[in-house]
Design a protein around this ligand. Structure first.
Ligand SMILES: [Zn+2]
Length: 230
């Protein structure tokens, strides 16, 4: 009987704690609050980004709230296993410089925006003493298979659900290249490794130069379902 009373009391205390946490904690710690791209990320951010995949209206609302400019694209098939669904063409010259005109799924844009604001720019400030002026890339959409293979699985690029980042142009004119600077023991190399690792907490899958030679010159980011970080 005494054990039951103890278990019951603990259960009451635990549920009271959970209630108080959900009721009074800031939104970034509330799993039911919508993703706020501007807010400092928490341990829930990756989960909130992944949940946007099943909730296009919440996803576009998050882009709107963050003031990201885009032109929504109608859903359409462009080939076997290729096409656009809940995608938009980025038009943002300020928040995501260098990505103008790129078609991407909404969750990709949201993850990219969180990464740019909370990982990329702070790393550039602390390690290179400047800001990133432009994200250099090899594109987002391509109707093709994984690794450009003649057969096999379609790439996440076939659904505009991926982006290949080749490097960065900095505000002071310097350029950081994945191909040239990944193995660099100085600040540029440290910067690349830091933003690569941070990307693993934002995107579903991340591949870089350590994964294979096909990725020697870029970081591959996607919002597919594998959860790989290499
Ligand atoms: Zn890629």
């Amino acid at each position: 009987m005494r054990t039951l009373v103890v278990i019951f009391s603990l259960a009451v205390m635990l549920s009271g704690g959970i209630y108080a946490f959900l009721r009074y904690a800031p939104d970034r710690f509330d799993p039911f609050a919508p993703l706020d791209i501007a807010e400092a990320p928490s341990f829930l951010t990756a989960w909130k980004l992944q949940s946007l995949k099943g909730d296009p209206s919440a996803c576009f609302a998050a882009l709107d709230a963050a003031g990201i400019s885009y032109a929504a694209m109608p859903d359409r098939e462009t080939g076997e296993g290729c096409g656009f669904e809940n995608a938009a063409r980025l038009q943002d010259k300020e928040k995501l410089p260098g990505t103008g005109g790129l078609p991407m799924t909404c969750p990709m844009i949201a993850a990219l925006a969180v990464w740019e604001r909370h990982d990329l720019q702070p790393a550039a400030q602390s390690l290179l003493g400047t800001r990133v002026n432009r994200i250099e890339h090899f594109g987002s959409y391509a109707c093709r298979n994984v690794n450009n293979a003649a057969s096999g699985r379609r790439s996440e690029h076939a659904r505009a659900n991926a982006l290949d980042v080749a490097g960065f142009r900095l505000e002071d004119g310097r350029e950081v290249s994945v191909l040239r600077d990944w193995g660099n023991g100085g600040a540029e190399g440290a910067f690349l490794r830091q933003v690569h690792e941070a990307a693993c907490g934002r995107f579903a899958s991340v591949f870089g130069p350590d994964y294979n030679t096909a990725h020697a010159n870029h970081f591959h980011f996607d919002m597919g379902g594998f959860g790989l970080c290499r």
